[in-house]
Design a protein around this ligand. Structure first.
Ligand code: NDP
Length: 494
């Protein structure tokens, strides 16, 4: 097999000087230079300059200036623009997917189906909220002394400028979650992509401008999060921060935002578990494990990393899983036949290999994989590890890689208690033909989202977010409205 041919517009985009998108225009950076690396080859794709303080300020000012006209635009017009952007992304599907695949190592098939198709679906879903974000009328019980009457109503008003900080694993889709929800509520946005994947959002912002979004409604600034985070969050125009990323950075963002009195939503990582009940066959369990743990080389925040299997099925499951993992085609992410691409960057590659080494040192058993896949890129074999005990590092620390940790249980109730004994709680799944049993377990699993007989599927209508150390707030569904609007009460005497 061979790579898909790069479209001319992708080559042209990479040949342009890239930087930021501020007030409806592409701009070169004035700050420190950094390179974007193709994780499949380790080669530099291009070098760009990050935003300096003045550019961060300019982006916030642009968003602030655009806010009032955007808020006051008829709501359905805002919804129509989101629909136009969805259509533009659908038309640009292949070019965006190729660009994303080059920067992040995501396979071209996943880039098309998840990054782009899902972004289109989320944009259309949020566009559908236009005209439906309502307050309520209230029954006021103040006493009347001279025939006067009272009424009251509430309205939902956009909070203002939203700073959206996004990670590298789904650089378009996660940003679209934030911008679509914010924009339909009447907020404007400044987005800060990861330094590893700064390019695709610039193209999305260009497309938005071509669709008719007014200048300043969507701004993108690139560069170091440690530098830009405080500048954007601390800017007086910032009304809300919506952050997706690691627990450590999320906690720092939370401290900063809270000190500054800014609203904050955090979608963080964790250590997600999948619990397989005894009634399933080994083959059914393996199908579930592959879905839950290995998509996008495991670089999905909601992916399962700890797999709990009934003791008597463990050997059969690991034998079959090893066969299936070893047969997965590893290679160039631009090859349509590839199932396993590289990890997205050198730091992630080193981290995952380091955790595998640590597992070896702690006496965990590497059942299959466990090595880098040679060559120049950041490839790691899909790996299954039977952990020595619940105290193994791999049962607690997020790998964010193609590494499943497997542990046997005798008693499902005991397994459930141990799964819940975690500082995190983003996602979990329970697998069984016995829906009654699975539903009862789902009630007690401590996670923001619990799947039954499925894992990792996200739908714009279903709220998503973590409990405990995995986050604050919810995205999607109707939950986003509270996040991006303030409730205003109006009382009237008449
Ligand atoms: P990081 O937390 O390292 O980075 C996330 C973003 O924060 C990047 O844009 C980064 O910029 C920026 N950043 C870094 N330092 C600061 C700072 N001091 N202030 C403000 N922003 C800052 O996460 P990764 O990009 O490594 O993403 C992987 C992590 O994200 C995993 O732990 C995963 O679980 C989590 N994640 C959670 C999801 C969820 O919905 N719960 C979804 C996807 C990922 P830069 O890198 O340019 O410095």
């Amino acid at each position: 097999m061979s790579d898909v041919a790069l479209l001319p517009q992708v080559t042209a985009f990479l040949g342009r000087r890239q930087g930021h998108f501020i007030h409806g225009e592409a701009q070169e950076g004035q700050g420190a230079a950094f390179s974007v690396t193709n994780p499949a080859t380790g080669d530099t794709l291009l070098t760009l300059k990050g935003a300096d303080e003045a550019q961060a300020h300019a982006a916030m000012q642009a968003a602030q200036a655009a806010f009032a006209p955007w808020r006051d635009m008829p709501t359905l017009q805002r919804g129509a623009l989101l629909l136009k952007l969805a259509d533009a992304l659908a038309e640009e599907r292949e070019a965006l997917a190729q660009l994303e695949s080059l920067c992040s190592g995501k396979t071209i098939q996943l880039a098309r189906m998840l990054e782009i198709d899902q972004s289109v679906a989320f944009l259309r879903y949020f566009a559908g909220w236009a005209g439906k974000i309502n307050g309520e009328t209230l029954d006021v019980s103040l006493p009347s002394f001279a025939g006067e009457k009272y009424t009251a109503f509430t309205r939902r008003q956009p909070v203002g400028v939203v700073v959206g900080i996004v990670p590298w694993n789904f650089s378009i889709m996660i940003a679209v979650w934030k911008l679509a929800a914010a924009l339909v509520c009447g907020c404007t946005v400044v987005l800060k992509p990861s330094e590893y994947t700064p390019l695709t959002l610039l193209r999305v912002a260009e497309l938005a401008t071509a669709c008719g979004f007014p200048p300043g409604v969507i701004n993108v600034v690139n560069g170091s999060g440690a530098l830009l985070g405080p500048l954007l969050i601390g800017h007086p125009a910032c009304a809300k921060v919506s952050f997706t990323g690691s627990v450590a950075t999320g906690n720092a963002v939370n401290r900063l935002a809270t000190e500054q009195g800014k609203r904050v939503t955090l979608e963080l990582g964790g250590k997600n578990a999948a619990l397989f009940l005894d009634d399933l066959s080994p083959e059914e369990m393996v199908n579930g494990i592959l879905e839950a743990g290995y998509l996008n080389q495991g670089q999905i925040c909601a992916a399962a990393e700890c797999f709990w299997l009934p003791e008597q099925k463990m050997e059969a499951v690991l034998a079959l899983l090893s066969e299936r993992l070893a047969a997965m085609p590893i290679g160039s992410p631009l090859d349509e036949a590839t199932v396993v691409g590289p990890l997205a960057n050198r730091a992630q590659f080193d981290k995952v290999l380091g955790l595998i080494e640590q597992a070896r040192a702690e006496g965990d058993e590497i059942v299959c994989g466990g090595q880098a896949q040679g060559g120049k890129g950041f490839f790691v074999q899909p790996t299954a590890i039977r952990v020595a005990s619940v105290d193994s590092t791999l049962m607690r620390e997020e790998t964010f890689g193609p590494v499943g940790s497997f542990i046997a249980y005798q008693d499902a109730e005991q397994a459930l208690a141990t799964i819940n004994d975690s500082p995190y709680g983003l996602a979990a799944s329970v697998w069984s033909h016995n829906l009654s049993h699975a539903l009862r377990i789902s009630e007690r699993l401590e996670a923001g989202i619990v799947w039954i007989n499925m894992h990792t599927f996200l739908d714009p209508a279903v709220p998503f977010g973590g409990v405990k150390g995995s986050g604050i707030g919810r995205e999607f569904g109707s939950a986003f409205i509270d996040d991006y609007t303030e409730l205003k009460s109006v009382m009237v005497r008449y």
